[in-house]
Design a protein around this ligand. Structure first.
Ligand code: PEP
Ligand code: MN
Length: 391
């Protein structure tokens, strides 16, 4: 009973996203230079969907005029939420994409969701395949696609799944890696959110950051169109992706966006695409070769000092939590003291306001600390064995 309660408490206080390093899997990824050179960005622009040979070619020529190295994207088989909306032209449009490649010299890319799509894409010399968010969420489908690509040397970009599960995203990448795909990359297209954030899909930069920390060689590009859902937000999101030094952008562009058969609100003309891209500020990878270097070193030293102090404080706080754990054990008192927890939160929220600290941030830190205190106390109680309540 007590064990179940403890497990329940631990479950309640799980952070929403598990960010710790995924320890098994591929560690031998080639660096991101297969996609882009350090200091430059890759662009994957093109319409949400291929609609007609004319629409495809007119959009492609508009983009190629400024970006001959663009990887031209176009959806051929469209995963739509409800049947009856435009579900893509299907098989016939693969040839149109090949024509774009011949006419403009740009590489071309499309989404594949079945082994039939893979077969047709390869037969028509599509240069890059991407896996859509709905497919990444289904390991059966991903495995089937990976098997169909075994022994094929084609680049594959894996979009994040609809919900913020980094393990599922990594799992998708790993399945292709295990099937021998060497030119792998990830696409951040935001995550479904129940609350209305203004964006169609919420970007979770922390998850991208974790992915990058686990696999520094993995190129990650940002699909700003499916994050934004509306063209007015595109440049803000694109700049954030640049600020994080992601390897590039996927942007939906259409010769007549308002007439587009899918995602018309988020598509822009090749002209607006050029305006958007030229308005972005590329950031240096680090401070090297800047005159801020001595200052940054000094500030970092001070930060290290503060971190040492924080760890000292945490050690002291955890040792007090253990002392309380022993008292709870000796007096047979339950671990979770809701009233006390509420007092801590209220007190710290007042302090956060006084100090001008972000409330959400402070709350998250406290939740992490409380989680660890619960873990320590549960260990103390479980080591003492099961004690009958009311003894
Ligand atoms: C797309 O890129 O056209 C698409 C359908 O994206 P997602 O899988 O991210 O929804
Ligand atoms: Mn789209």
């Amino acid at each position: 009973m007590r064990q179940t309660l403890i497990r329940l408490i631990l479950l309640l206080f799980q952070p929403p996203v598990i960010l710790e390093a995924y320890t098994t899997g591929f560690l031998s990824l080639p660096d991101s230079t297969w996609l882009t050179q350090p200091g430059s960005k890759v662009l994957m622009a093109g319409p949400c969907s291929a609609e007609s040979p004319e629409q495809l070619l007119s959009t492609a020529k508009g983009i190629a005029a400024h970006y001959p190295n663009n990887i031209f994207r176009a959806g051929i088989w469209k995963p739509r939420t409800r049947p009856g909306s435009f579900e893509g032209i299907g098989d016939e449009a693969v040839k149109w994409l090949r024509e774009v490649k011949c006419e403009t010299g740009m590489r071309v890319a499309t989404e594949v969701a079945t082994t039939h799509h893979v077969e047709l894409a390869l037969k028509n010399e599509i240069d890059v395949l991407w896996i859509g968010a709905r497919t990444t969420g289904n390991p059966f489908h991903v495995q089937e696609l990976a098997e169909s690509l075994r022994g094929v040397d084609v680049p594959v970009l894996v979009k994040n799944p609809l919900h913020p599960d980094i393990q599922l995203w990594i799992g998708g990448l790993e399945r292709f890696h295990r099937a021998g795909i060497a030119r792998l990359g990830a696409i951040h297209r935001g995550f479904h959110a129940y609350e209305n954030s203004g964006y169609r899909n919420v970007p979770r930069w922390q998850i991208v950051h974790s992915l990058k920390s686990i696999y520094p060689g993995l190129p990650v590009i940002c699909d700003i169109s499916h994050i934004a859902g509306h063209r007015e937000y595109l440049s803000t999101i694109a700049q954030q992706a640049y600020d994080l030094n992601l390897e590039g952008l996927m942007i939906e562009a259409h010769c007549s966006p308002d007439k587009a058969l899918s995602d018309s609100q988020q598509q822009i003309t090749p002209h607006d695409l050029h305006q958007l891209v030229t308005g972005l500020l590329a950031r240096r990878v680090n401070f090297e070769d800047t005159d801020a270097m001595p200052m940054i070193l000094e500030i970092r030293e001070r930060i290290d000092e503060i971190d040492r102090g924080l760890l000292d404080l945490l050690t002291r706080r955890m040792s007090l939590a253990s002392e309380i754990g022993e008292l709870k054990r000796d007096h047979n008192v339950s671990i979770l003291q809701l009233q006390r927890w509420k007092e801590i939160i209220d007190h710290c929220m007042t302090l956060a306001d006084e100090k001008g600290l972000n409330r959400e941030f402070v709350k998250n830190v406290l939740i992490q600390i409380h989680d660890e205190a619960i873990r320590l106390q549960s260990k103390i109680l479980s080591e003492a064995g099961m004690v009958k309540i009311g003894k």
